[in-house]
Design a binder for this molecule. Structure first.
Ligand code: NAD
Ligand code: MG
Length: 381
């Protein structure tokens, strides 16, 4: 059987990456035109020939038909729930709407929910899957680069609150992730670049070879060369799998926490710009990483050559590397205020991911507000 699977994989250029956790295991399938095969791919894990699809409207207009054709072909019944695109959909309001629709359409304990869309769809649908009837099976079909390399793998699901981002949710693992890299052909370039930032971030955390590979091949990924996109998705998912394997529930200071490199500052920028599209999550992460490298160089923790290399690479693909690049006036005091609502607060002190260089991250609770304030002012606040 393994031989047959291998032959199939080679014929269809599909890569399979197993995610091994303490009491569950699932596969991330990566490749072109997998949506056409989705019915066949999920059939073996269904205990009922029925699914609910939750899709964002943009994605539904482009890719829903391909998915439903493949489900019909595999004799799987489906119901569809559409959600509006955008970060504001990760809200109590839409969560309630989705749950009510699932219940009105008589979802059962064994009926899987398929998320078809980017990270917004995956996070909201995953939380709905974790909550409705106390949990139904969940399948991720990510359609943005960001969701293929990051949010669809690892089991973090949730919504935003008026106090801050991702503050309500659950750890809830999918049963399979199908990353059809061909769906990225319709993704706007700016979204592709934002997703790419999370791949670079993975390299910066503890995989200098991945960072170097990005320096060499980033342009090929961003020009949608499928061979390179597939490899990038596989490398980034393998990196994430390695980190979450040892720290599924973010309990260790050296585990999942490190994935948040650039995220505390990134989230404050997103919060300040009110999630209205002026800054995308990946852009905020890129800028957040740059700020951390700059801070660490100032503090004498990180060689300035490493920081220059990081800034140079982000800049070369058009990502923001300084607050000035945002073209929106920012107040340092406002940014610092948002930081107080960060999830990564322990004993009242903010946990920062700092760097000793490319691929060398560590956590610290010793970052003081004065240093942050100075950094922000000098960076353009
Ligand atoms: P998104 O889901 O908002 O998608 C971005 C835009 O692209 C949307 O307008 C969407 O309609 C459109 N789109 C999606 N796929 C498309 C396609 N194939 N063709 C054309 N348009 C398409 O954004 P995202 O960047 O995928 O995800 C961001 C979210 O992910 C944030 O809310 C972030 O907090 C979350 N996130 C979660 C995790 C996690 O571990 N759960 C990790 C990282 C990020
Ligand atoms: Mg992220």
């Amino acid at each position: 059987l393994t031989q047959i699977l291998l032959t199939l994989e080679r014929a269809s250029n599909m890569r399979t990456l197993p995610i091994q956790l303490s009491d569950t295991q699932y596969n991330v399938m990566i490749g072109s035109q997998l949506l056409e095969q989705a019915g066949a791919l999920i059939s073996p894990i269904l205990s009922q020939k029925k699914v609910f699809i939750i899709a964002d409207e943009n994605v539904a207009a482009l890719h829903l038909q391909t998915l439903t054709d493949s489900l019909s072909h595999a004799q799987i019944h489906y119901e569809t729930i559409l959600i509006p695109p955008g970060e504001n959909t990760k809200s109590f309001k839409h969560f309630e709407r989705v749950i009510n629709q699932l219940l009105e359409k008589n979802i059962e304990r064994k009926t899987p929910i398929i998320a078809l869309g980017g990270g917004v769809t995956g996070d909201l649908s995953g939380f709905a899957a974790a909550s409705v009837l106390r949990g139904v099976p969940f399948i991720q079909i990510p359609t943005t680069l960001l969701s293929q390399v990051d949010s669809s793998v690892g089991g973090k699901t949730g919504i935003n609150t008026s106090i801050g981002k991702n503050l309500v949710g659950a750890f809830y693992q999918p049963q399979i992730v199908i990353a059809d890299t061909q769906t990225l052909d319709t993704l706007p370039h700016r979204e592709l670049v934002a997703g790419y930032a999370e791949i670079v971030k993975a390299g910066l955390i503890d995989d200098p070879e991945l960072f170097q590979w990005c320096e060499e091949n980033g342009q090929k990924i961003l020009s949608k060369d499928h061979q390179y996109i597939d490899e990038a998705v596989e490398r980034a998912c393998a990196f994430k799998a390695r980190i979450i394997k040892n720290d599924e529930f973010e309990q260790s200071s050296k585990g999942r926490n490190l994935l948040n490199l650039g995220h505390s500052l990134g989230h404050t920028l997103e919060a300040e710009l009110e999630y209205d599209g002026r800054i995308l999550h990946g852009e905020a992460v890129a800028l957040g990483c740059c700020l951390i490298f700059k801070l660490c160089t100032r503090l004498g923790l990180c060689p300035s050559e490493d920081t220059s290399r990081v800034l140079k690479h982000f800049k070369s693909v058009g990502l923001p590397t300084s607050i000035k690049d945002l073209n929106s006036p920012m107040k340092a005091t406002n940014l610092l205020r948002h930081l107080q609502h960060d999830k990564k607060v322990k004993d009242g002190k903010l946990l920062f991911i700092l760097v000793n260089g490319i691929g060398k991250t560590f956590t610290s609770q010793e970052v003081n507000e004065k240093d942050l304030y100075k950094l922000l002012i000098e960076d353009g606040c």
